[in-house]
Design a protein around this ligand. Structure first.
Ligand code: DQA
Length: 146
């Protein structure tokens, strides 16, 4: 099994920005822990981050067209709340995508409680800090093994 961990806009600054919301671990540290967690289970990982919407769309297309992974854990950042392009890209591919957020988006500003992506994802995880990625992986395993 191979999982793509996809991070969107501003997630490269994790550990440096709004640490009271997103924690002090950098994205690199989070990714290192995810890789180790998955390796114990024999799961392969790939990591990709971009601040550019079209590059995220391209990565979703690549996963689909080249069959590069079995499932995707996707934290789109603020694109979650308004990107119909990402929504269409997720709907276009036959790979399960879990929408993932470190913060509890429902306990924050009103605009964060709305996602245009959730409907086309297999599940949504939020509120567990870096642990949200691990929870999303566990959810994907359930989906992929059923
Ligand atoms: C986020 C939540 C989004 O609302 C925000 O724009 C982010 C990060 C999270 O991980 O909690 O950039 O996706």
């Amino acid at each position: 099994m191979k999982i793509l961990i996809l991070n969107g806009v501003n997630l490269n600054l994790t550990g440096l920005r709004e640490t009271s919301v997103y924690g002090a671990q950098t994205l690199e540290e989070i990714n290192t822990n995810i890789k180790a967690y998955c390796e114990k289970d024999g799961i392969e990982t790939e990591f990709y981050q971009s601040n550019i919407e079209g590059e995220l769309v391209n990565k979703l297309h690549e996963a689909f067209l080249k069959k590069t992974c079995d499932g995707i854990v996707f934290n789109p950042g603020a694109y979650t709340h308004y990107s119909y392009a990402l929504r269409d890209a997720i709907a276009s591919i036959d790979i399960p995508v879990v929408e993932t957020h470190m913060s509890n988006v429902h306990a924050r500003e009103e605009f964060r409680g709305k996602s245009v992506l959730s409907e086309v994802c297999v599940g949504v995880v939020c509120g567990f800090g870096a642990g949200s990625y691990i929870a999303a992986i566990e959810g994907l395993k359930v989906k992929l093994q059923s």
